[in-house]
Design a binder for this molecule. Structure first.
Ligand code: NAD
Length: 342
């Protein structure tokens, strides 16, 4: 049995508790939130009557001595929560983003290493079946090596809360999903970025609701255009994608429409002929299922002493794309992305 304390009982905790309460061998032994009423409400809703409720993570860890902490707090509290978890010798599964600054990310990873605990991030887009299908398809070489990746993200949510108050909100709180997915799909490591942020005249955010970035992703170009303040023609939360390769392209609308075309012999006027090519379904053993899949992998990593796919020491490379994009937006210059050697 893996005993877990979940900290941060806000909006996102529902996804964690929906998944966690479906897993045999996992018990939620504590629920923590600065607002005790939120923690109590979750205990009631998920029938966790024996869970210890508290407003201080340290106090609940002291009382329950769990194996792991699930961190669902706001990004600004990530470091404090992580250091408490490792101080109590707990493994840590944390919401994205891994941290709210490069310094905090490195400090958290270093603390995990010193404690010898598993530390992973809920970078749940990797556990979306079509993201994995794209990676497998490109790996198969069916349309040659990818040369450029393009992602569009246009959604206009009214969240209220911390997002409307924070700086660089789109890059820090959302784009990490898209950047990590791009890195994953083409297996590339980021080398540089130029990024510009803007605030639409009608924006309800403090700063950074909209951004456009061009990355060098291991010799491939990755263009990102995104806005959290763009009413009309909403894209999927997973973004809308086009990946161009040496002998064809693949497009994904971020929902179910995943299509590829490959160059075939012959010409039609100016153009090489192309034909549709099937993107194979996933092997049933491949890992999907969002939060549920990630939590199960986290548990498996602890049991088997292996490293989970979304381990912090790898995820920091995706986070480096975010911080470099922010630096570029602030300075107006292209920024080199140093290899994270964590
Ligand atoms: N993976 C995803 O798809 C996804 C989607 C949405 C949000 N998120 C992430 O989930 C995290 C939480 O987002 P949310 O929408 O649930 O926010 P929220 O504001 O609804 O909830 C956060 C909760 O954390 C509590 N909290 C803050 N600091 C704390 C501390 N030090 N100790 C205890 N509790 C503390 C707050 O009181 C609040 O109840 C964020 O990092 C966000 O980026 C991830």
């Amino acid at each position: 049995m893996m005993n877990v304390v979940l900290v941060g009982c806000g909006a996102m905790s529902r996804h964690w508790l929906d998944a966690a309460t479906r897993i045999d061998g996992l018990a939620i032994v504590g629920l923590v939130d600065l607002d005790a009423e939120r923690a109590k409400a979750k205990a009631l809703e998920y029938e966790l009557s024996s869970a210890v409720i508290g407003t201080s993570l340290d106090a609940v860890l002291d009382q329950t001595r769990p194996d792991a902490v699930f961190d669902v707090v706001v990004p600004a509290a990530r470091r404090e929560v992580a250091l408490s978890a490792f101080a109590y010798n707990c493994h840590l599964l944390t919401e994205k983003p891994l941290a709210d600054s490069p310094e905090n990310a490195r400090a958290i990873i270093e603390a995990a290493r010193r404690a010898g605990r598993v530390h992973a991030v809920v970078q749940n887009r990797r556990y979306v079946a079509n993201v994995r299908r794209i990676r497998r398809f490109l790996e198969s070489g069916a349309i040659g090596r990818p040369t450029s990746i393009h992602a569009d993200f246009f959604v206009a949510p009214h969240f209220g809360g911390f997002r409307e108050e924070m700086a660089h909100v789109l890059l820090l709180d959302m784009a990490i999903h898209t950047f990590d997915a791009a890195r994953y799909m083409v297996g590339g490591e980021p080398a540089s970025v130029y990024c510009q942020e803007w605030e639409p005249a009608n924006s309800w955010y403090r700063q950074g609701s909209s951004a456009s970035a061009v990355f060098d992703l291991g010799g491939k170009v990755f263009t990102y255009a995104g806005s959290w303040c763009a009413d009309g023609f909403r894209t999927s939360w997973e973004s809308a994608w086009r990946i161009v390769a040496e002998r064809g392209s693949i497009t994904w609308d971020g929902h179910d429409a995943l299509k590829a075309e490959v160059v075939v012999s012959g010409r039609e006027g100016l153009f090489d002929k192309t034909a549709p090519i099937e993107v194979p379904a996933l092997d049933p053993t491949d890992r999907v299922d969002g939060h549920l899949g990630i939590i199960k992998d986290f548990m498996r990593a602890i049991e088997t002493g292996t490293e989970p796919e979304t381990r912090g020491s790898d995820n920091i490379k995706s986070l480096a794309m975010v911080f470099a994009a922010i630096e570029s937006a602030e300075t107006g210059r292209r920024v080199t992305i140093a290899q994270e050697t964590q």
